[in-house]
Design a protein around this ligand. Sequence first.
Ligand code: TYD
Length: 210
Amino acid sequence: MTGLFVTFEGGEGSGKSTQIARLADSLKADGRQVVVTREPGGTTGADILREVVLAGGAKRFGNDAEAALFAAARADHMECVILPALAAGHDVLCDRFVDSTRVYQGRPDNAAYLAALERAALAGRMPDLTFILDVPAEVGLKRAAGRRGTGGADRFEAEEASLHEARRLAFLTIAAQEPERCIIVDATGPVDEIAQAILDHVRVRAAAEA
Ligand code: TYD
C-alpha cells in the first residue's frame, strides 16, 4: 500500500510548518509512518539550490531560470525522498510543492513552459491532497516579520504586499480548478481548530485509499 502524499501551500506566515508538525504527530498517533519534508530542499542537492535561489543568487538569470532551478530541486527530491517514502507506505507531508512554482514563478506567458517543467519534475505523481492555508497578505507578512525578528527577509518575502495578495488569489484559483486535490483552509482561526479540520480531511482520504 502506498502512503498519502500531502502538500501544504500558502503565503508567508500562513502557519504551514505549525500545521505540518501537528498533522505529523496526529498521524503517528494513528499508527501511520510519516515523512516531513519541504521545498525548495529535502535532499543535499536540492538544499544547495535552495540556498542559491533564496539568497537571490539566481535572480540575475530571470524568472524562468529560477523556475528551472526549483524544478531541478523538485526532481531530485521526488526521486530520492518522496517516491521511495510513498512506495514504502509512508505518508509524505511536504511544505510547499508544485503549486508554489505555479504561483511564484507563474507569468502571463509561461504556462506551457511551467507545465513542461512540472511534467519533468513530478514523474506523474501529483499530491493526493493539498492544503492551501489562506490568510490575507498583511496578516501573513506581519506574522513572518514577527517570526524573523531582526533577521532579513528572503528574496521572496521582501516583495511588496500587493504581490503577496496576487499570489493569494493565484492559490485560490488553483484550488477552484482542482477541487479534488485542493482544500482551502482559513488560516486566520485558532491553531487547534485548523489542525482538527486538516486531520479530518486526511483521515477520510486515508480511509478511502485503504
Ligand atoms: P521558505 O523559507 O521555505 O519559507 P515559507 O515556506 O515559510 O514561505 O521559503 C521558500 C520561498 O521560496 C518562498 O518565498 C516561496 C519560494 N518558492 C518559489 O518561489 N517557488 C517554488 O517552487 C517554491 C517551492 C518556493
